[in-house]
Design a protein around this ligand. Structure first.
Ligand SMILES: CC(=O)[C@@H](O)[C@H](O)COP(=O)(O)O
Length: 261
């Protein structure tokens, strides 16, 4: 199996999905099923996974016995808030250590605040969390986060929820080339070709939410994303043809043509 290994655990699927923005838990469940994702991220500040015992619990639709739940810190704007949120998640999920850290800079861009992200990552790694970290596509910051001990680096393709796709493939490539831990694009994927391009660049996986949840048919888009990630991965492993020049090259060889010696 061409597995994606995160914090020592192997996954067959390289597509990770979010749980926000769906109509209801039934739609969330159906889309996640169609995506084939095994890792499902949950915004601890927005979604009930047991914080309120009187409200519907997402974990009834997405059971931890079947999926790896990846609590995230969406909505946190400081290292302290993010760390507090993930400590709560660890309690709610019986000591589960795999988390997604995101510390946002402002509510308009939802761009990461990398200084606060680094601060939070240092604390969380010291406390034994396995930290997958949302960050900018800056290779220097990505390296620092890896050196701190994050188990996966998750640079944005473009702004969260924008659907703008991959704005800077060159920076992503720099991060991929230097990283010894998995690199997953997180945020900004708009459609299946964006996911395929991320994988063709050599990303180890893709995390997305809005492109599926806000599609006209989330279930159909989830299925398309599954195939796009698989196709992009296979194309990456196959190695693209080396030539990309604006000149023709006949597909049939000239030698051996009838009437030629
Ligand atoms: C779901 C999540 O954790 C975020 O990282 C983000 O929402 C993903 O971005 P998109 O919604 O742009 O896919």
């Amino acid at each position: 199996m061409d597995a994606l290994t995160i914090a020592g655990k192997a996954y067959a699927s390289r597509l990770l999905v979010g749980t926000g923005k769906y109509k209801d838990f039934d739609e969330t469940q159906a889309a996640i099923e169609a995506s084939g994702a095994e890792i499902v991220t949950v915004a601890i500040r927005r979604v009930n996974i047991g914080q309120d015992p009187n409200q519907p619990n997402l974990l009834d639709a997405i059971p931890p016995s079947r999926y790896t739940i990846l609590p995230n810190t969406a909505g946190c704007y400081s290292a302290d808030d993010a760390v507090r949120t993930l400590r709560l998640a660890r309690e709610l999920l019986d000591g589960h250590s795999l988390v997604k850290l995101e510390v946002l800079g402002d509510p308009n861009t939802l761009f990461p605040n990398v200084l606060e992200t680094i601060k939070a990552a240092e604390t969380l790694v010291k406390e034994g969390f396995d930290v997958m970290v949302y960050t900018s596509d800056d290779p220097i910051i990505a390296k620092q986060l890896e050196e701190i001990g994050c188990c996966a680096i998750m640079p944005l393709a473009s702004l969260i929820g924008s659907g703008m796709g991959i704005l800077n493939p060159w920076n992503l490539r720099l991060i991929i080339e230097q990283s010894k831990v998995p690199v997953l694009v997180d945020a900004g994927v708009g459609t299946a070709s964006d996911a395929a391009v991320a994988m063709e660049l050599g990303c180890d996986g893709v995390l997305m939410n809005t492109a599926i949840a806000h599609a006209k048919s989330p279930v159909l888009m989830a299925s398309a994303m599954r195939k796009a990630v698989e196709a992009g991965r296979e194309a990456y492993l196959a190695g693209r043809m080396p030539r990309k020049l604006y000149s023709a090259d006949p597909s049939s060889p000239m030698s051996g043509l009838i009437g030629r010696s």
